[in-house]
Design a protein around this ligand. Structure first.
Ligand SMILES: [Fe+2]
Length: 235
């Protein structure tokens, strides 16, 4: 007997029957495994402008969690911007101490708690922040890099360092948003690291952020092409 397939969101999903269990005279029961083409596309589509792939560890985690495609697309956009930002800062402010790998991992995972709170993909809310931190810890991620899930919207709190600020800035400027109090904190760090005047540092930072923000509309368009809804689980 042909398997009964779940076709919810079929336009974005391929659903592959894995087992077909005949209930011995009762109506056949079918187990299916959902192969999310939508998530795969969000993780691999080139993007315009081209977006870097996420780190392999993050890709594996998003696949295991059956993350919403929109979330994967967002994480790619912010991760790519974080890479551009850290590269530009290393060029213009080589004195600034930055753990680039940590920043990139943080950008790639900062909203992962929205797997548990998908309503926060399309509406306000901060429940995803502690949820994301806990989720990363449960999957064996070290607290030193899981922290970005908790700190990316809390730049005014005590204990926030340069790497936290960079993830927060990337999470704003990817869509062209400029946040004065956040950027002021980064200017403070840049001025302290370089010994230069704040106004001078700001002009350089402003130029870097303006250049990155110039592609914001295209990144927003890329993200919008990927559906919010997570693929249905096998049933
Ligand atoms: Fe974000």
């Amino acid at each position: 007997m042909a398997p009964t397939l779940t076709t919810e969101g079929a336009a974005q999903e391929t659903i592959r029957p894995q087992f077909n269990i005949d209930g011995g005279g009762a109506a056949p029961r079918t187990l299916v495994v959902v192969i999310s083409d939508a998530l795969r596309r969000a993780l691999t589509a080139p993007g315009d402008p081209a977006l870097r792939p996420l780190p392999d560890q993050v890709v594996a985690l998003l696949e295991a969690l059956r993350a919403p495609p929109r979330l994967a697309a967002h994480l790619r956009a912010v991760h790519d911007v974080a890479a551009q930002l850290t590269d530009a800062l290393a060029d213009r402010f080589p004195q600034l101490p930055v753990d680039r790998a940590a920043v990139l991992f943080g950008a790639a995972t900062h909203d992962i708690g929205k797997v548990r709170h998908p309503e926060e993909l399309s509406g306000p809310g901060s429940a995803h922040e502690p949820a994301g931190y806990d989720l990363l810890l449960r999957h064996g991620v070290a607290t030193s890099v899981a922290r970005f899930a908790r700190t990316h919207a809390s730049w005014q709190q005590d204990g926030i360092d340069v790497d936290d600020l960079l993830v927060s800035v990337a999470d704003k400027v990817w869509k062209g948003k400029r946040v004065t109090d956040l950027e002021d904190l980064l200017v403070d760090r840049l001025a302290a690291a370089t010994g230069r005047d704040r106004w001078s540092v700001f002009l350089d930072l402003d130029d870097i952020l303006d250049r990155i923000a110039a592609d914001a509309d295209r990144r927003l368009a890329f993200q919008a092409t990927h559906p919010v809804r997570a693929p249905a689980s096998g049933r």
